[in-house]
Design a protein around this ligand. Structure first.
Ligand SMILES: Nc1nc2c(ncn2[C@@H]2O[C@H](COP(=O)(O)OP(=O)(O)OP(=O)(O)O)[C@@H](O)[C@H]2O)c(=O)[nH]1
Ligand SMILES: [Mg+2]
Ligand SMILES: [Zn+2]
Ligand SMILES: [Zn+2]
Length: 399
């Protein structure tokens, strides 16, 4: 069990003693049935106004409890802070929260969609990982609002609305399980819960939403920081002709500045002692690499997809990418970033990826669409697999 449990929905620390229950709403042996009504705590945290059966306190370390009013046993466990229904294996499975952050338009929404699609299909299979939506909201909304938009309609997502005044956006929670063979005899199933929250890049700018970011980052076991190379002064002019260049952002969206801001937020959020580095692993991933293909040597590791071998996380391949990005940073006028990372983090690694595999195109209504080849992701899984390997969820294949 994870030493520090956090609610995967509101990100507040959650001890098992703070886990509550929700009445199942069936008729009890006393003939009573509890009414459903709006749960104000749930509504305040998530914007969910659907009438719910009453919440009540009982021994949260147990899987079920009997509601005293109706005397019906319930298996619905909820977070004591936000009243979100907790996934089945909460508390016994490791709960890992991965924070996905980046500036406006750096590619977070597209990346999250493609990563989770890949994990639920090819990549998951390859590593023996079964990846499933852990709750109703995730199963329903991830498909309809994220996956189908991109994969079926071929449309790119709208800019993510900011979290301020928009309580309707909830994290997506997935359960990742893997069968591990013990040397002697039996198999065991390792289960982890992963929570992803699609942050709005806009939020990183405004002071009001910093508090939410701080909570999110301090709860995270690992961080994926997405940076847009097309916002770097030295890389922008190198983009393949025909690339839809993002608007030249304000200086605050410059990847070097984004890295500094996130680093400061992390130091504050984690209360790192003076002179110490941040212990949480951070994957620093450059998105949209398809736009820079023309500038890479033919044998560049960044042009190849991740190795298909399922022996574990491929350390040698990952380090080759890491070194290449490190060298490219000088060319892109971002050489100082490596120093910032070295001085502030115990574990960081560079990644280069393309979620779409090719630049999007504009249709007759000036809306962005996936290019004619469809979504052909390259290296999207690398940051996630690296984090899994640092958590010990998957083995590492040594270089
Ligand atoms: N060439 C290329 N462009 C991409 C790729 N992924 C995203 N983009 C471009 O980047 C834009 C922003 O992508 P989003 O995923 O919406 O970015 P975001 O970080 O969620 O943005 P906010 O929600 O505003 O914070 C898209 O509209 C595309 O133009 C990619 O893999 N390749
Ligand atoms: Mg977005
Ligand atoms: Zn909660
Ligand atoms: Zn009841």
């Amino acid at each position: 069990m994870a030493a520090r449990l956090h609610c995967p929905y509101c990100y507040l620390p959650l001890r098992l003693s703070q886990v509550e229950f929700r009445c199942a709403g069936r008729v009890g042996d006393n003939g009573r049935r509890c009414e459903a009504s709006i749960d104000s705590l749930l509504a305040a945290h998530t914007g969910d106004n659907t009438p719910r059966h009453p919440a009540f306190q009982a021994d949260g370390s147990k899987r079920s409890a009997v509601h005293p009013d109706c005397r019906v046993r319930t298996y619905l466990r909820i977070c004591g802070h936000c009243h979100s229904q907790l996934p089945t294996h909460f508390g016994e499975a490791d709960t890992r929260l991965i924070a996905l952050v980046g500036a406006k338009e750096s590619g977070k929404t597209v990346y999250m969609t493609v990563l989770l699609h890949e994990l639920q299909h090819q990549v998951g299979n390859q590593f023996g990982l079964a990846v499933l939506g852990a709750d109703e909201h995730t199963m329903e909304h991830f498909r309809t609002e994220y996956e189908d938009t991109l994969y079926q309609d071929g449309r790119l997502h709208q800019q993510t609305r900011t979290a301020v005044g928009d309580r309707g956006r909830r994290p997506f929670v997935f359960s990742v399980s893997r069968v591990r063979r013990r040397r002697i005899g039996r198999e065991v199933v390792d289960r982890s819960l992963f929570s992803f929250f699609d942050t709005a890049g806009e939020d990183l700018r405004s002071a009001e939403s910093v508090e939410r970011h701080v909570r999110y980052l301090s709860a995270a076991d690992g961080i994926v920081l997405l940076l847009d190379p097309l916002q770097m002064r030295g890389a922008r002019p190198l983009a393949d002709p025909g690339t839809l260049l993002p608007e030249q952002g304000a200086p605050q969206d410059d990847p070097a500045n984004v890295l500094s801001r996130i680093t400061n937020l992390l130091h504050d959020a984690l209360g790192t002692p003076k002179g110490k580095r941040i212990k949480r692993p951070i994957a620093v991933a450059f998105t949209k690499m398809d736009a820079l293909d023309g500038t890479l040597p033919e044998d560049s590791a960044l042009l190849a997809n991740s190795p298909r071998d399922s022996g574990g996380f491929d350390q040698g391949d990952s380090l080759a990418v890491h070194d290449e990005i490190g060298a490219l940073l000088d060319k892109w006028q971002g050489g100082g970033m490596q120093t910032v990372l070295e001085q502030n983090y115990d574990h960081y690694r560079f990644f280069g990826l393309s979620a779409l595999g090719a630049g999007p195109v504009k249709d007759e209504h000036d809306a962005q669409r996936v290019s004619g080849y469809g979504v052909q992701p390259r290296r999207v899984q690398d940051p996630f697999l690296w984090l899994l390997s640092t958590f010990g969820t998957i083995p590492t294949k040594k270089a």
